[in-house]
Design a protein around this ligand. Structure first.
Ligand SMILES: *[C@@H]1O[C@H](CO)[C@@H](O)[C@H](O)[C@H]1NC(C)=O
Ligand SMILES: *[C@@H]1O[C@H](CO)[C@@H](O)[C@H](O)[C@H]1NC(C)=O
Length: 469
């Protein structure tokens, strides 16, 4: 049933595109939409099946009462916000009773922190409002947006029985990676709806992979010469030919370590710290450095005369042949950008963290891995050195991985494909609810935070009967 709904809406989108089709770059075409469908099939449909499965017996969809119940429980979590879209404009219903109707006001508020407000919240906000200019219109709806580095379901929210509404989140978790309760207790599942991250598509003050310059709203927030800045912060795979790339594994980042308790205790090393120390001892193969390295390692740094330079501009990372994504607090959500560099992407073998498109990329095809496991399941935390040696020896294999990664990025990890994916995701989310359309039709253009608060406080009272004070 879900499939049919999606296809009808997609068909309508395409008809509308065909009649307005012009030679405008950035306009979504049938081909973009088809690619988005592939990604949706491989990544989103299994999660949606979980939520559809909850009504398999009762046959009931979720209602806005479930939504308000979830809002009531999470109203005060700094990383959770309640967003609405009406006529392709975004608004945020705030717990202080005020409404945010501009992404700048939302950034100024700085929740959960300035960085996340800027990269994770404002980038999605701008992408939604910009979609129409690419020929994609977003549904009128409300949703729960979780910008924490981990999912809500299975950690802070019980998503196993349909009492609560699903959160839209940045980062998922692999259920096999966390401790599971013994049967007959229910397994911990993490069916958060994973949303494309737009921060590297020109909608934040971070590196863009897009051919277009950064969004005007972002340029307005950059001092000095915004256009020169935008050029400097654009990844161009062609900028360094393969044979000129330095054959080292490169990583720069902050000293973040995973916070979720993992099943495999041996994983409780901090991957970024461990690999930095490994790099200190293998400077020929590895070029890995983090800020905030703790004291014992600082001594190692001195003893081994390791003078790693900071390289802040991600666009320049393409000069390295192998670029790593190493888990921080959660996943590092830089994989999308790394694939555009034209270098070999290196991920952690069986990283427990999952982003929205990870089901579509395969080790040995699109990327290589470190921390591989032996036959007895023990992890090799020092295998990054061997991997570099192997890739140096088999340069054709390395180039094959880099080309596949870049090909995938240019076909699938583009603004046009992400916008269609987002639209379909939002339509599917809305379709989980019986009465969201009715609710939305009673909202003004930006909704009312005060009424929303009241409805969330009285979540077991029919929302239609709750009046603003
Ligand atoms: C947007 O927010 C501002 C400031 O909070 C307010 O003055 C304005 O009326 C709001 N606009 C709409 C359309 O609600
Ligand atoms: C860094 O790595 C070296 C070599 O493997 C090891 O001997 C040393 O104990 C490590 N340093 C710290 C502070 O763990």
């Amino acid at each position: 049933m879900m499939h049919e709904g999606c296809h009808i809406k997609l068909a309508q989108l395409l008809v509308c595109l065909v009649c307005t089709l012009q030679v405008v770059s950035g306009l979504v075409t049938e081909e973009h939409a088809a690619r988005a469908q592939e990604l949706l099939r491989e990544n989103l449909h299994a999660t949606l099946a979980h939520w559809h499965g909850l009504r398999a017996n009762g046959g009931q969809k979720l209602t806005m009462q479930n939504f308000f119940r979830t809002a009531n429980k999470h109203m005060h979590h700094p990383a959770v916000s309640f967003w609405g879209i009406k006529n392709n404009k975004v608004f945020q219903l705030n717990k202080d009773g005020e409404l945010r109707n501009s992404s700048n006001a939302m950034i100024a508020e700085g929740r959960p922190n300035r960085g996340a407000a800027e990269t994770m919240k404002s980038s999605l906000w701008l992408a939604i409002e910009d979609a129409a200019s690419h020929g994609v219109s977003m549904p009128d709806m409300v949703f729960i947006y979780n910008v924490a580095d981990d999912p809500m379901c299975g950690l802070r929210l019980d998503c196993s029985d349909g009492k609560f509404a699903p959160p839209i989140s940045l980062m998922g978790l692999d259920p096999s990676a966390v401790p599971q309760p013994p049967p007959p207790r229910k397994p911990r599942l993490f069916p958060d709806i994973l949303v494309p991250i737009f921060k590297n598509l020109g909608y934040s003050r971070q590196t863009t992979v897009s051919l277009a310059q950064h969004h005007q709203n972002v340029l307005n927030r950059v001092g000095g010469s915004p256009l020169a800045w935008s050029e400097r912060n654009r990844i161009r795979a062609e900028s360094v030919p393969w044979q000129d790339k330095v054959p080292q594994m490169f990583f720069r980042g902050t000293r973040y370590c995973p916070t979720v308790p993992l099943r495999d205790k041996s994983r409780s090393i901090c991957p970024r710290v461990h690999l930095t120390n490994l790099s200190i001892h293998h400077q020929e193969q590895l070029n890995i450095m983090i800020t905030g390295l703790p004291p014992p390692y600082l001594q190692e740094l001195k003893d081994h005369n390791w003078q790693a330079r900071r390289t802040d501009v991600m666009a320049e990372w393409s000069k390295f042949k192998y670029v790593a994504s190493i888990d921080g607090i959660g996943g590092s959500n830089r994989v999308l950008a790394l694939f555009h560099l034209g270098s070999v992407v290196v991920k952690q073998h069986k990283s427990p963290y999952i982003e929205w498109f990870y089901n579509s990329i395969k080790p040995g095809v699109h990327f290589e891995t470190v921390f591989k496991e032996g036959p007895d399941g023990t992890k090799h935390f020092d295998d990054a050195v061997d991997l570099v040696d192997k890739l140096r020896t088999d340069d054709a294999y390395a180039k094959h991985l880099a080309d596949n990664g870049l090909g995938f990025a240019r076909n699938y990890l583009t603004l046009e494909v992400l916008l269609v994916y987002l639209r379909e995701l939002l339509l599917a989310y809305k379709d989980l609810f019986e009465d969201m359309d009715e609710y939305i039709s009673r909202l003004g253009d930006t909704g009312s935070s005060a009424l929303f608060m009241k409805q969330a406080q009285l979540w077991d009272t029919d929302w239609r009967t709750v009046a603003a004070s």
